[in-house]
Design a protein around this ligand. Structure first.
Ligand SMILES: Cc1ncc(COP(=O)(O)O)c(C=O)c1O
Length: 445
């Protein structure tokens, strides 16, 4: 029998007390205690237990981190094993072997028949910072082209790439100059009102037309170092571009000697049923930024990049904690576990997608259900014809789902993501769908 979520009261008394103290002593983040007042006591697999004894399905995977599930025994064992030997020895200045082994593995797992190297960092934003330095230094070009609705992190330089919500930018200008944004080929919602599912070629053409006819009229292409993109936009709404988009982007970039910098922080490490999400599109990028899931919950991030743009002198770039040995030991386990899970992710991912598509058929408020593997989302609208965004129902559904024990995170203005740990079983998806439909019905009353 499959374990089900059980919620008595949300938030319970203990959770309320911790949340009150949280807001007294901690800086504001994106926490939303109105929707998700969940104070964890313990995690296990896809389950999260809170301090009041409520049990949830974590269909947010701790924001795309717990791909192998909470407290995976092999990850716990790896952390213990390494912690008993040494927890830090500054890879800046010294050497340890597991860091080399992981770098070699990540290089081998990454598409592209060229030599690769790895820079280790601690967070996704830092990985993108390192990528920008690599591109600037390696190509001697200083400009970047990113996409509207992209999320690449919140540190000052990387914030200039991020274009997801204005609250992320508000008050922090000036960020780094030299960044241009172009529309992401969102099949459902794009500036040209093209149905990109029916006519993907037309949508792709419009993006390149925009680049040639508008952006490159004032930005010299030979000054652009890289296109920076998410293979599926995460924070922006789990938006899947047309299948051929990245192949065309590769051709376009090659024409001007521009690199492809692939941000896999949220979509990588098996989330889409391939190790890197870009593998779904048959393209080899020049850099792959990774983070989130790679350390199995221990902070680890970095860049796999072409060896010919590598930092060439000691001191050009380094990070005290980047490549922490405990995180690396955990990551070595994560890589093997995820490799073994890829066929399963493809299978249950297709099933989850099919179930969400059924809801799209059935409910007027679901305008689009989309995704690859276990990177799925639904977008809420007021009316399927006008596609007017329905953030109100989205927010209610997230709240009602949490009250019933299903953790779902918002993305974009009006979408909800379904990103369970990759170990999720079909029966658990059925339970989650039951809860989601109950939550949806309650939100429409
Ligand atoms: C695609 C992408 N890049 C970068 C980041 C930033 O990662 P971090 O929060 O670890 O800095 C995120 C975080 O959500 C992300 O989704």
């Amino acid at each position: 029998m499959v374990k089900r979520p059980v919620v008595k009261e949300l938030p319970g008394p203990k959770a309320k007390e911790v949340i009150d103290r949280n807001f007294k002593f901690l800086a504001q983040t994106t926490q939303d205690p109105e929707t998700l007042p969940i104070v964890i006591e313990k995690g296990e697999g896809i389950m999260v237990y809170d301090v009041d004894g409520n049990a949830f399905y974590d269909f947010g995977s701790g924001v795309g981190v717990m791909n192998v599930g909470h407290v995976h025994p092999k990850v716990v064992e790896a952390v213990k094993r390494q912690a008993e030997k040494f927890t830090h020895f500054a890879l800046n200045d010294f050497f340890y072997e597991n860091a080399v082994v992981l770098a070699q593995k990540l290089g081998e797992l990454s598409p592209g028949d060229f030599e690769k190297k790895v820079v280790y960092q601690n967070s996704g934003a830092e990985a993108n910072e390192a990528m920008m330095k690599l591109v600037k230094y390696g190509t001697k070009r200083k400009r970047f082209i990113a996409f509207y609705h992209a999320f690449h992190g919140r540190t000052q330089a990387v914030l200039s790439l991020t274009a997801s919500k204005w609250v992320q930018q508000d008050g922090f200008f000036p960020t780094m100059p030299g960044i241009e944004h172009i529309p992401y080929p969102n099949p459902y919602r794009n500036p040209w009102h093209i149905d990109g599912y029916a006519d993907p070629k037309e949508l792709i053409n419009r993006v390149f037309e925009f680049l040639e006819d508008y952006v490159f009229k004032h930005v010299p292409p030979h000054e652009v170092g890289a296109f920076v993109f998410e293979p599926i936009q995460g924070e922006g709404g789990y938006v899947v571009p047309p299948k051929d988009f990245f192949k065309e982007l590769r051709k376009f970039a090659d024409k001007y000697g521009i690199l492809l910098a692939d941000d896999e922080v949220q979509m990588g490490v098996g989330r889409t049923g391939k190790f890197w999400a870009i593998e779904n599109f048959g393209v080899a990028p020049d850099t792959i930024q990774f983070g989130k899931a790679i350390g199995g919950g221990i902070p680890l991030a970095g860049v796999v990049h072409r060896a010919d743009i590598a930092f060439d002198k000691p001191g050009r770039h380094a990070s005290t904690f980047g490549g922490n040995p405990v995180a690396i030991e955990a990551a070595l386990e994560v890589v093997e576990i995820v490799k073994g899970l890829l066929p399963h992710v493809q299978e249950v991912g297709e099933y989850l997608h099919k179930r969400l598509k059924e809801f799209e058929e059935k409910y007027e408020v679901i305008g689009d259900a989309r995704g690859i593997g276990l990177a799925q989302a639904v977008e809420f609208v007021k009316n399927k014809d006008t596609k007017e965004k329905n953030a109100e129902v989205r927010n209610k559904v997230a709240k009602e789902a949490a009250k019933r024990g299903l953790i779902l995170l918002g993305c974009g203005d009006n979408s909800l993501r379904f990103i369970p740990p990759l170990i999720v079983q079909k029966e658990e998806i059925d339970v989650a769908m039951e809860i989601f439909e109950d939550a949806l019905k309650a939100s429409l009353k």
